[in-house]
Write a protein that binds this ligand. Structure first.
Ligand SMILES: Cc1cc2nc3c(=O)[nH]c(=O)nc-3n(C[C@H](O)[C@H](O)[C@H](O)COP(=O)(O)OP(=O)(O)OC[C@H]3O[C@@H](n4cnc5c(N)ncnc54)[C@H](O)[C@@H]3O)c2cc1C
Length: 401
């Protein structure tokens, strides 16, 4: 490990999967350079990267030509390759997207067209074919994505951190970047009372992305609005309740995929996540409130526009969050074998969703740069799947400029 605590070639801020993959990519291209990764928590992957559905997304949903479509397609093989090389277990169990009424069939057909435009392998199934594959599921028709899989992204991130350290990188935990300045020569980061100068810096702050970008003078027109996603683990059900991941057909008006039935790498299943406006960016319990975070959301015009546009669905999610029975109704649409007594609370996650001042939820991955910095502004799902190609893109952009 390089031991210069005051001056480095590259600083990476944020020890989630995107920051870690970026640090590894910099190291790969510049093995002799001094690279420091700064993470404010006492371990890596404590936020989105360690609190997600664990799905390796094949790329069915994303707008053709978008970065999400490109990076998720590349991300599936990159993630599998990384796991194969480093002995991390994963399973390509496939996914069924199930339509349960004629309205959903129409939306499912649009999704099929999109998946084909993205070059994703997708099979159309009748209701009977879907039920033959998954007897516990109700479906009028379904799409099968055979290349969707599952992995524990917390394990992937932990292995990335080990590799980074083994290859000479400095990982500083408990190191919160609180401010800094950019000069002609590079950038200075404040970490409490200390400073670190870097030739270039990449900010992968997830739920704090907008604050970090503003703090370093990047011109941005978005704010991070946190959406909590609550899960339940399922008990009392056979190990083969479902063999694939089971997803509803998503609502095209919403950027989230709907409550799905997910197999876990350590056995068992979860259902989730819903999408509830959170009152704290890094708050994982319903009761968590940060007055600063709340005031920042409430004072932002884009927040009120999001609420106005999504009032119906937002209220529905909020009610389902409060009443487990309503949450279960979402699952019962496609699997009525699960009962209330089977649902056990499971660790929640909070999504960092960038919202523009006009109230538009920014759908694609978004980056912005200053002379010596690059800020990851919007890296929602499928950014865990896509972390390795995102990192390649970041480093090319950072070094090309
Ligand atoms: C509920 C949920 C389900 C999801 N499901 C999937 C899925 O199935 N598949 C998929 O591909 N994606 C999924 N995602 C998305 C995926 O988890 C994220 O896109 C990805 O983890 C983003 O990684 P990141 O490194 O950008 O952010 P994070 O993992 O949030 O990391 C950001 C890091 O920056 C640190 N940080 C912030 N500010 C500072 C500072 N000032 N100084 C130092 N450190 C700082 C934080 O502590 C944190 O560790 C899901 C996300 C959620 C929330």
């Amino acid at each position: 490990m390089h031991d210069d605590l005051t001056s480095v070639d590259f600083a990476v801020v944020g020890g989630g999967i995107v920051g870690l993959a970026t640090a590894l990519r910099l190291q790969e291209l510049h093995p002799r350079s001094r690279i420091t990764l700064l993470e404010k928590e006492t371990a890596v992957a404590q936020h989105q990267s360690g609190r997600n559905s664990g799905v390796i997304h094949a790329g069915v949903y994303y707008a053709p030509g978008s970065l999400k479509a490109q990076f998720s397609r590349q991300g599936v093989s990159a993630t599998r390759g990384f796991c194969d090389e480093h002995g991390i277990p994963y399973s390509i169990c496939g996914k069924l997207i199930v339509a349960t009424d004629t309205d959903e069939i129409t939306r499912m057909e649009a999704l099929e067209t999109r998946a084909r435009a993205n070059g994703i392998e997708i099979d159309r199934l009748s209701g009977a074919e879907a039920r033959a594959l998954e007897p516990a599921i109700k479906a009028t028709a379904a799409l099968l994505s055979p290349s969707t899989g599952i992995v524990d992204y917390g394990l992937v991130a932990a292995r990335m951190a080990e590799l980074f350290i083994d290859r000479g990188g400095a990982l500083r935990l408990g190191a919160e970047v609180t401010g800094g300045t950019e000069t002609e020569a590079g950038i200075t980061l404040n970490i409490g009372q200390e400073t670190l100068s870097a030739g270039k810096a990449v900010f992968c702050g997830g739920l704090m992305a907008d604050r970090l970008a503003r703090c370093f003078g990047a011109e941005i027109d978005f704010r991070i609005i946190p959406f909590r996603g609550e899960y339940f683990a399922i008990r009392n059900q056979p190990a083969d309740l479902v063999r694939h991941l089971i997803y509803p057909v998503p609502d095209p008006e919403r950027p989230f995929l709907g409550v799905h039935l997910t197999r876990k790498m350590n056995g068992g299943f979860t259902v989730g996540p819903n999408a509830v406006l959170a009152m704290k960016r890094e708050g994982y319990r319903k009761t968590d409130i940060s007055l600063t975070d709340l005031a920042e959301s409430l004072s932002y015009p884009g927040f009120w526009r999001v609420v106005a546009r999504n009032f119906g669905p937002a209220m529905n999610e909020l009610t389902a969050s409060t009443f487990r029975r309503l949450y279960l109704q979402k699952v019962h649409k496609y699997c009525d074998q699960i009962s209330l007594a089977d649902l056990v609370p499971y660790k929640a996650g909070v999504r960092a969703q960038a919202v523009a001042s006009d109230g538009r939820m920014i759908d694609d991955f978004l980056f912005t740069d200053t002379r010596h910095t690059l800020h990851v502004c919007n890296a929602p799902s499928p950014a865990a799947t896509s972390a390795l190609p995102i990192a390649a893109h970041i480093v090319e952009r950072l070094l090309g400029g």
